[in-house]
Structure formats: structure tokens, C-alpha cells
Design a protein. Structure first.
Length: 255
């Protein structure tokens, strides 16, 4: 027995076993982090927070794209200070979920989209998809806590390489180099997430939430410290005169 609660761009389904699945499903916008999408995502995460029967959450995207990060229009408006950055809230909301979270990234995850996936306790990548920290390609420093979130799943050396170069890496190329729980053929990613979730859902919610709080303590503390530093770096780099030109020239919309 399952129930589905749908916002316009994000859906949440819940099984009586205690397994919840949040799907980012903006096919038109390729799950780009624009104000409308972020509003829907925050609304869904608040619903999830209020669900006291939830034992484990799976976060998914579209088959071709998990989340593509901020879209071009949003980056331009941020650069012009027409809107304030709120995407940092998303990382914190996922880190603060009281039960285990599995990110099933069968599609591409770039920039802020990768940051969202890295907030999970368990992350599954697809061999065929691309993953990258693209912030520096557009002339500004990484955000959403990703400078430290990456180090949960890889060494600081690999994390810094991805941050400095802005390169995208196929899941297959990361096999043996990182700590991602699984890097599988795309067709197997969701099935593996379901299998893991079912094993967790057999346990009492209280025990799951207590263990989650302990296991995530250091990550949540580090995130709070990192947020202040990343905000300072953004203030320095977003104020450069050429930043708007760099963003327009280098932005790549992943399809």
C-alpha cells in the first residue's frame, strides 16, 4: 500500500513499510535549481520532515538527469543580486532528515545537483552518467556545502581535483577512486536503492533515527562551518566585474 503526494515538480510516495521516495521530476527544466523548483523541493522536504512513520528516504531524479544545478537565468539573477541564494537550505534540510537517506543518482548530477546527492547517507551512481563540481567553470567558488560534502565520498585530493578543474566524470571512471557505496549500470541503480531501503525498513524507526543522529553528527557540524566559509568566498568571487560574462559564456545546460 502506498500513497503519493505531488507538487508540480517534485513528488513524494510513501509505502506502509516506511519507505519514502522523493522524485525530482521537472522534465522541462531538467531538474534545474530555479526558484519555482526550489520552492517545490522545500515544500516536499517539509512534508517529509513531518512524516513520523518514515523509516528511510530514497531521493531520485529523472532517468537522464538527477539534478543539473542552478539554471542560467537563476545564476544571472544571483549575480545581479536580484534574488538571494536559498539553495543552501536544501542541503541542510536533507542532512537534517531524521532517518537514513539514499540518493539514487541514475542520471547526471552537476554542481548544486551533485551537492544534493552527496547530502545522503548512502549514494549510488550510474556508470554511464556524469558527475561534476562545475562552479569554478563559471568563475565563482563552490557552494551548497559541497567543498566538504564531497569528502564523505572521496578523498580530499580527488575532491579538490573535481573542484579546481570543474570537469565532469563518468560514474565508470570513478570506480575504485571514491567511497560511493555503489557505482552500477544505470538500469540497476533504482533496484539497488530499493533493496537497501527494504533492509533498513525492517528496523525500528527509533533505532534508525538514533543511529542516524549519531552517524551524521560530524557531517552536520562540518556543514555549518563550511557554509560560513563558502558564503565569504561567494561574496569575494561574485563581486568580480567579469563574472556575468563568464557565466553566460561557460554555462552548459545538461540534457
Amino acid at each position: 500500500m502506498s500513497s503519493i503526494k505531488a507538487n508540480k515538480l517534485v513528488t513524494f510516495s510513501f509505502k506502509s513499510s516506511g519507505i519514502g521516495t522523493m522524485q525530482m521530476a521537472d522534465a522541462t527544466g531538467k531538474n534545474g535549481l530555479n526558484p519555482e523548483f526550489i520552492e517545490d523541493l522545500i515544500r516536499c522536504l517539509n512534508d517529509i520532515k513531518a512524516n513520523e512513520a518514515l523509516k528511510v528516504l530514497i531521493i531520485t531524479g529523472l532517468p537522464d538527469v538527477f539534478c543539473s544545478g542552478a539554471d542560467l537565468d537563476t545564476l544571472i539573477r544571483l549575480c545581479k543580486k536580484e534574488i538571494k541564494p536559498v539553495d543552501i537550505i536544501l542541503s541542510k534540510m536533507i542532512l537534517d532528515i531524521q532517518v537514513p537517506v539514499i540518493s539514487a543518482m541514475e542520471g547526471h548530477a552537476i554542481g548544486g545537483g551533485l551537492a544534493l546527492g552527496l547530502c545522503a547517507d548512502i549514494a549510488i551512481l550510474a556508470e554511464e552518467s556524469r558527475y561534476g563540481c562545475s562552479f569554478m567553470n563559471m568563475g565563482f567558488t563552490p557552494g551548497m556545502g559541497i567543498t566538504k560534502l564531497m569528502e564523505h565520498y572521496m578523498s580530499p585530493a580527488i575532491a579538490q581535483e573535481m573542484q579546481y578543474t570543474g570537469n565532469n566524470y563518468s560514474g565508470r571512471s570513478l570506480i575504485g577512486k571514491t567511497n560511493f557505496n555503489y557505482i552500477l549500470p544505470k538500469a540497476e541503480v533504482l533496484e539497488k536503492a530499493d533493496i537497501l531501503a527494504e533492509a533498513m525498513a525492517e528496523k525500528p524507526r527509533k533505532a534508525l533515527s538514533v543511529l542516524k543522529r549519531y552517524q551524521s553528527m560530524q557531517r552536520r557540524k562540518t556543514f555549518e562551518e563550511t557554509y560560513s566559509i563558502e558564503t565569504m568566498m561567494h561574496e569575494l568571487t561574485f563581486n568580480e566585474e567579469e563574472i556575468l560574462t563568464i557565466i553566460k559564456e561557460n554555462y552548459v545546460k545538461y540534457k
